[in-house]
Design a protein around this ligand. Sequence first.
Ligand code: NDP
Ligand code: GDR
Length: 394
Amino acid sequence: MSKKVALITGITGQDGAYLAEFLLSKGYEVHGIKRRSSLFNTERIDHLYQDPHEENVNFHLYYGDLTDSLNLTRLIQKIQPDEIYNLAAQSHVAVSFEQPEYTANADGIGTLRILEAVRLLGLKDKTKIYQASTSELYGKVQEIPQNEKTPFYPRSPYGVAKLYAYWITVNYREAYGMFACNGILFNHESPIRGETFVTRKITRGATRILLGLDKKLYLGNLNAKRDWGHAKDYVEGMWLILQQDEPDDYVLATGKTTEVREFVRMAFAELGLEIEFKGKGINEKGSIVNVEFEILNSKLERVNADKNIIQNLKSKIQNLIGKVVVEVDPRYFRPAEVDILIGDATKAREKLGWKPKHSVEDLVKEMVTSDLGKNYQELVLKNCGFEVPKSCEL
Ligand code: NDP
Ligand code: GDR
């Protein structure tokens, strides 16, 4: 039997990387669209690279962009995919307030470009399409928990662009009989989550404070609540959605919601640092009030820290006690906020047999451990006299 062929847009992103890995493990031929960049942007998928000069290559990359219809149409014609996973998007909610037109173009019309290319190329009976829809569609929440029947009320240019993408997917399914599906996915994270999303910003920031590389972590609304799952579980759900006999839309979620403030506490606790919050709202400060050296030591041993450095860190930790390490910066508040998301994935469980394998506690542990390893390397360089410049991004 010939191999199934998948095309992934957004393959360089968090979900694209996990999905590519997953489909390759299932024996797929995987094609991905990446954007041209002046710097390398394939870090998340470099481990999947296959030398195109070899035989039996199953992994192929092309330049492309969701704002470029001709390019998308040409690539879909060339690749003739059995399945398209449309994951590409300007996916940052706060950035969508800064770039609303671009976000509408890439996230909204981009989806139309793919559907229309498949239709015009006469591939509608061959190619199945997965659209990366989002819990941001629920926005100003009308009911708790949210399922496939909950009304939408998006609260950002990102959410509104994704609302168009959701409905145009449903419309092409109903109008042309296409196998086009929405996965309405609640937040999902991982060690390769973008550093400006709140979970990764917290796990990275907490480890850097512990290592003495940063003094403070500046965050926005600590009161928001999100249903956080693991990206690895969610990409399997995407695939299952396209393996059904009939096209349909599904919520993927854990069913548990956690406050941003609690995620902060969990991340510091994972590093053996107990933090106490001093206030609420805009004036809120977080202070380290207690340090558990035993936990700290065992964590550092895991990243192969040498004894001198552990000793060095112990003295740094002493200096942290009583210091404010988390501060609210209104710069990170959004013009309109989504206060609480909690998903009901009953339909996915019953019809797809899908359920998440990771809890939010597993997620915090995995992300903190990974960030400790990554940032420890920077500390080693610093201790050898090399200064690593701070990123402009955060
Ligand atoms: P990321 O931001 O990590 O990845 C987005 C990907 O899209 C990157 O590969 C990015 O390229 C690419 N991209 C951005 N703009 C364009 C464009 N104009 N043309 C082509 N490619 C583009 O997002 P995630 O992996 O977290 O999310 C994947 C999808 O799922 C997105 O559509 C997101 O909106 C949606 N989603 C995500 C959820 C989550 O919690 N992660 C939840 C629900 C939905 P580059 O690397 O060059 O920036
Ligand atoms: P979200 O994720 O907006 O839910 O979109 P994000 O991690 O950006 O924010 C979650 C919540 O945390 C609050 N917050 C902060 N957020 C960021 N980024 N930075 C901060 O400093 C900060 N402080 C507090 C936010 O206000 C918000 O309430 C993600 C994206 O992956 C979307 O593409 C996806 O569709 C949805 O999840 C489901």
